[in-house]
Design a protein around this ligand. Structure first.
Ligand code: NDP
Length: 332
């Protein structure tokens, strides 16, 4: 299948172009940029045949079967809607949109058109998270009581543009990282956060947007979830802990784009380190996407998953803003 890239972005050049080309028979045909100069430079640098500045022109190419949308967040909605109208399958970056209503419209448009719609939630594609999920599902931790997510990192210099100063483009750590953590927790626990309480601050990087947030989520089963995201923590490291009545699981360095990190489990017999498959996260997601396009199964994270992670993030943002507990509104 031939792909169109909507957005001359860092994530496309650092991860997705290589992951697309690693799929047998998949090529990148064109890139869309709002700047002719940047788009052409991006195309040349990445060996892409065409660069366009007009989305309709890219979408009119019949040989393009799917688009990968990785523009800034405020553009995802209109670009995905145009792609569905043009009959293209869509792999969209998170957050899917700036509102849950818009995300719901995207889900509906894809469904009506019979097109595959996926959200690029890479963490659930990681061997580490697949292993964690399996351990929970097998009941090896007993009855799960609580989950703690540690995702306070140092935002690399080259990503400190719109993320730290542009609310209109969907900046801020909640839109950037809390969505991923919401998806990961949903993936592990198989249930959707019900109510959240949160506090957010700017701790040195955010200019008009939050760069750090802590929140606590109530799950329908009663499991407690604690989540911490930040752009300003150079040495904190990332991780997730899952604590149950029969065991505790500690995964360090696993909230990341690369297949890294360690998982240990402690129970009455002691502590063991767990092995897991270290495949490329984005390649794994693309494989599931391509299978879904071929009519087999569903994407790793579909549009509804993207809608739900956005709904949790929106509730966290609102709770922090209003200083009260907020029920997550998944719009039905
Ligand atoms: P970038 O800032 O690299 O790119 C976003 C947009 O910014 C591009 O579409 C481009 O516009 C514009 N842009 C890029 N370089 C320049 C420049 N030098 N000057 C002016 N404008 C420029 O963003 P990211 O790649 O970090 O993120 C893109 C999307 O991907 C976001 O939605 C983000 O949330 C998501 N993301 C997801 C990750 C994941 O693991 N799932 C990881 C990282 C990001 P144009 O296209 O018009 O040229």
């Amino acid at each position: 299948m031939k792909w169109g890239l909507v957005g001359a972005s860092t994530i496309a050049s650092e991860h997705m172009i290589g992951a697309i080309r690693a799929q047998a028979g998949h090529t990148v045909e064109a890139v869309l940029s709002s700047s002719a100069e940047r788009g052409q430079a991006f195309a040349t640098r990445n060996g892409i045949p065409h660069a366009f500045t007009d989305l309709e022109t890219l979408l009119a190419r019949p040989e393009i079967g799917a688009v990968y949308i990785s523009t800034t967040n405020e553009k995802h909605f209109s670009q995905a809607m145009a792609a569905f109208a043009a009959g293209k399958h869509v792999l969209c970056e998170k957050p899917l949109a700036l509102s849950v209503d818009d995300a719901a419209q995207m889900v509906e448009a894809a469904r009506n058109a019979g097109l595959v719609f996926a959200t690029n939630h890479h963490l659930r594609c990681a061997g580490a998270h697949l292993a964690i999920r399996q351990i929970i599902a097998e009941g090896r931790l007993g009855h799960v009581l609580s989950v703690r997510v540690f995702h306070a990192v140092s935002l690399p210099e080259h990503l400190r543009g719109w993320r730290i100063d542009n609310r209109d483009a969907g900046g801020g750590v909640i839109a950037d990282i809390t969505v991923h953590d919401a998806d990961t927790v949903r993936f592990h626990l198989g249930e959707d956060p019900k109510t959240v309480v949160a506090q957010a601050v700017s701790s040195g990087l955010g200019e008009g947007v939050e760069d750090s947030v802590m929140s606590v989520w109530t799950m329908p089963s009663g499991i407690m979830v604690q989540s911490h995201e930040s752009f300003t923590h150079p040495y904190a490291g990332s991780g997730i802990e899952v604590h149950g009545t029969e065991g505790s699981l500690f995964a360090q360095g696993v909230m990341t784009q690369r297949p890294t990190g360690t998982i240990t489990m402690t129970d009455k017999d002691g502590t063991v380190q767990l092995n897991y498959d270290r495949h490329d996260l984005y390649g794994y997601g693309l494989k599931a996407f391509n299978r879904a396009v071929a009519g087999h199964g569903r994407p790793a994270a579909d549009g509804v998953d993207g809608l739900k992670s956005l709904a949790v993030a929106m509730a966290v943002a609102r709770s922090a803003r209003e200083g009260r507990a907020v029920d997550v509104d998944y719009k039905g």
